[in-house]
Design a protein around this ligand. Structure first.
Ligand SMILES: Nc1ncnc2c1ncn2[C@@H]1O[C@H](COP(=O)(O)OP(=O)(O)O)[C@@H](O)[C@H]1O
Ligand SMILES: [Mg+2]
Length: 252
């Protein structure tokens, strides 16, 4: 996979060739017709290559999986899970040829519906309750091949939500329909729902914030996930202050 598509689109965007409509200067994402690919998702130009590399690695580690449902979660609050989930899902979608589904699975602090400028409900929680049909909650987005599902109405007992059979059935159906299901999650801070969500999925992409998430917390979280039978398929070091050449990275 190459990052050329994204880079070209960003260059167009930066050079001022803009389609009329709302612009994502506040980090939000406008509906499909209104913007061109270059405005996608508020990924900073400097991060395009990083997302392309991340998407390639995820494709590599997941290529032989039957179900490709990836949970993106941080080791601590505000570590950058939602940011990385959007960036990864849109990069996979914009550079691939098959449909991707991004799901807001953060029952505690959902924000993606605001980024995509769609209502919070109906969404995942309403589908699990049987109140709506799957087709009614999937939104197309500005990025070709990227579809989005909001979190839905408030869940009274979030700890139990991901253990219930309806969610697993929903996830299985989505995994058959989409080449990747990327699920934005609440952080692993000792509550049960992110763990249950990760157990129902193929694996986890752990987002670690440089400088803030101390090494011990990241190591403890990884160990806890392994004990719970969860596969950590990768880790992202978010908000790096300094550019680290790729060859050094591979040795860390
Ligand atoms: N690499 C980054 N550079 C700059 N700002 C970031 C970066 N990652 C996250 N942020 C900002 O930090 C805040 C928290 O990020 P978010 O992705 O919502 O974290 P989480 O989902 O883990 O709570 C948001 O305002 C987001 O825009
Ligand atoms: Mg979040």
């Amino acid at each position: 996979m190459s990052s050329t598509v994204l880079r070209k689109a960003y260059e167009r965007w930066q050079s001022g060739v803009r389609t009329p409509g709302r612009m994502p200067d506040n980090g939000s994402i406008a509906p499909a017709e209104e913007i061109e690919l270059g405005a996608l998702l508020g990924i900073p130009l400097g991060a395009v290559e990083d997302y392309a590399a991340l998407a390639s690695r995820i494709e590599l580690v997941m290529q032989n999986e039957v179900q490709r449902a990836l949970v993106v979660a941080a080791a601590a609050r505000r570590g950058g899970a939602s940011t990385v989930a959007v960036g990864l899902a849109s990069t996979l979608a914009a550079t691939g040829r098959s449909p991707i589904l991004l799901v807001d699975g953060n029952l505690r602090d959902p924000i993606l519906h605001r980024k995509f400028q769609v209502p919070r409900e109906p969404g995942l929680a309403d589908l699990a309750r049987g109140a709506v049909k799957a087709a009614d909650i999937v939104h197309p987005t500005a990025v070709p091949n990227l579809n989005f599902v909001a979190v839905g109405s408030e869940t009274k007992v979030p700890q139990a939500f991901y253990q219930q059979p309806p969610f697993r059935e929903i996830l299985d159906a989505w995994a058959r329909e989409y080449s990747y299901v990327i699920i934005d999650s609440a952080p692993f801070t000792g509550v049960a729902d992110p763990i249950n969500l990760a157990q129902a999925a193929t694996g986890v992409l752990l987002v670690v914030e440089a400088g803030r998430t101390v090494r011990e917390v990241a190591a403890e979280t990884t160990e806890e996930l392994r004990r719970a039978g969860i596969r950590v398929l990768g880790a992202v070091l978010n908000r790096r202050r300094f550019y680290i050449p790729d060859w050094i990275y591979r040795r860390v």
